[in-house]
Design a protein around this ligand. Structure first.
Ligand code: DX5
Ligand code: ZN
Length: 216
């Protein structure tokens, strides 16, 4: 268990992103989490490649990029150039997931596969040995500030078993509705990385909130 924290910039102040990036740089957080939404795979549109590039110029920690877009394979090289260290693609959006994971590795990035709440862990059976991380969505992707889905704990458990059985190196990351109400339980269940957006950026002292999440 790693107990890492990845603040999601979706909840940051877009009119003063530099300030929030600086806060994350100074904090105990491990990665920056960047949510890319295309208005097709998910109902919402967030921000794109130029913003990732701008963040990477100021960020002193790795960029964990979560692609909520159709045909993510079309943009692998572009996100590498923009500064991504880890590229997460949705299982539901990737017809040739094995090839996509290979391409991400060829572009010298870590490869993550993301599961929507309805997608069972056993669908990863034949890819788990190739991936560096599995991102379990604990809300339906598309928006920040949603309610945590409780079934996530069972999914972490199944994923942990699969990872052990297949001797995979994959880390387990959880995204959506994460707060101090569930962080300790999530780490205890086997999560290595917790993504948190609104809980961190809407708090009165984000630096302190991040260290509390890490100490959960
Ligand atoms: C949701 C995004 C999340 C989001 C999490 O589609 O993938 O990363 O920013 O936000 P909170 O922590 O507010 O649920
Ligand atoms: Zn995300």
């Amino acid at each position: 268990m790693n107990k890492m924290v990845a603040p999601s910039l979706l909840a940051a102040d877009f009119s003063n992103l530099a300030k929030d990036i600086d806060m994350v740089n100074r904090s105990d957080a491990d990665w920056f989490h960047l949510d890319i939404m295309d208005g097709v795979f998910v109902p919402n549109i967030s921000f794109g490649i130029p913003v990732v590039e701008a963040v990477s110029k100021l960020a002193k920690k790795p960029l964990d990029v979560h692609l909520m877009i159709v045909q993510p394979e079309r943009y692998i090289e572009a996100f590498k150039k923009a500064g991504a260290h880890l590229l997460n693609v949705h299982l539901e959006a990737s017809t040739h997931l094995h090839r996509t994971v290979e391409e991400i590795h060829k572009n010298d990035m870590k490869a993550g596969v993301t599961l929507n709440p309805h997608s069972p862990v056993h669908l990863l059976e034949d890819i788990i040995e190739q991936v560096d991380l599995v991102l379990i969505m604990s809300v339906n992707p598309g928006f920040g500030g949603q309610k945590f889905i409780h079934n996530t704990y069972q999914k972490i458990e199944s994923l942990k078993n699969l990872i052990e059985r297949k001797k995979s190196r994959a880390l387990i990351e959880v995204d959506g509705g994460v707060s101090l109400d569930n962080a300790a339980d999530l780490y205890r269940a086997g999560a290595d990385v917790l993504v948190s957006g609104s809980f961190i950026f809407n708090s009165s002292d984000p630096l302190h909130t991040i260290s509390q999440l890490k100490k959960s």
